[in-house]
Design a protein around this ligand. Sequence first.
Ligand code: SF4
Length: 489
Amino acid sequence: MSGTALDPRTAPTFPMAAKAMLGDTQLRKNVRHATDVIQAKRARVVGEMPDWQELREAGRQIRQHTMEHLDFYLEEFEANCTRAGGVVHWAKDAEEARQIIVRLVKSSGADEVIKIKSMTTEEIQLNSALEAAGIHPYETDLAELIIQLGQDQPSHIVVPALHKNRQQIREIFQRTMNLPNLGERPQDLADAARMFLREKFLRVKTGVSGANFLIAETGGVCVVESEGNGRMCLTLPETLITVAGIDKVVPRFADLEVLLQLLPRSATGERMNPYNSIWTGVHERDGVFDGPKAFHVVLMDNARTEILADEEGRQTLNCIRCGACQNACPVYRQTGGHAYGSVYAGPIGAILTPQLQEMHHAQSLPYASSLCGACYEVCPVKINIPEVLIHLRNRVVKQNTAGVAGFFDVEAGAMKAMGMIFKSERRFRAAQRLGRMAETPLVRKDGQGVGWIGWLPGMLGGWTQVRDLQEMPKETFRDWWETRGKDGR
Ligand code: SF4
């Protein structure tokens, strides 16, 4: 039932995919309308917070501190979760996470699961693995359900069906739920989803969830949502399996005071999420369980430790998945999310996907930005996305030119030599003397060159196409000052 998962390893490059999306006027209209509405709501609720910038700074500090001590807080989370009756599993990559989850579902005796907050499960393409093992997954978030029934792919991390309008959703529900007379009012669509899901909530005994935050101090897991489906998934099943990236941990319960102000305002323009669920381990009294009888947490790395090791790229892990950067991005607003070839679209996708996947498979994404800075301005934890984009572009160039004796090696060598010269006054003066010895400028073929080197042959011509190396002045300012200037001559 689930659509083909987005896979950056096989997806077309961003320019190719974007070209196709730009031709879909309905999709562009839907994306523009939805992002306009969310942005206006966000601006309203952010505008009423006089200390918004201080909150952002507090959020940034919490996330940065966490990343600096990630190993400590993960172990603290494991100890406290285990003490409360949970079982913690560690997965080094997507494959291991899939295997653990499939094994846990099978050992619970289930052949179907209900799911909530499943962007991380999209990242690891869990639904395909479950189906291959004969386990049927039911998405319960309304937008995820639309995507699943429509055999589509998510296009936004908070509003996965943002690219669909009401008429399109009605058509999917009519077809897949056998409701030919379904209306298209939001209430009609929500009622249809409720009827479809309620029976699953009551019948299915195993739940799979993602997480917004893992609280090290208590071993608790936090999920925020707007529909109440999460609360059902977290409390009704007998077995609950939570899968989360290791970056989701926060040190203290009190940190939620900051993060739960930043997240809903940035994500959906709400002051607070209607449902904030925090659960810790397993609770049983006199043989009666309050919530699941078995609780598992799969802590997944999947390249996050590599990102952490990269000094410039590591701020990517501070992300709290609010989607505000997507709504603000002029590129995303034109192309929608599918062009990014990954569950993480928009500016956060442009920096996260190339780092999660090998850069080879996603190297067009760091260029999917005008570097206008709108993403940085709205990010509730102040991730400098343009800075990371430039860093990743640099990596793309280095990767593509590694070991190639070509133009980039020559340019890199020339820059290194210039660096050496500028570091030493003696070398700098010697270079000036040498430069003045050259007499004839190299002019471009079109005769337009105005500098000392206006044209170079072959591959090197790419450099001089838009640059001239200016002719060395016969006398430098320093020469003038030492011979005549300081005496006022
Ligand atoms: S990068 Fe910032 S704005 Fe974008 S999703 Fe993450 S937290 Fe939100």
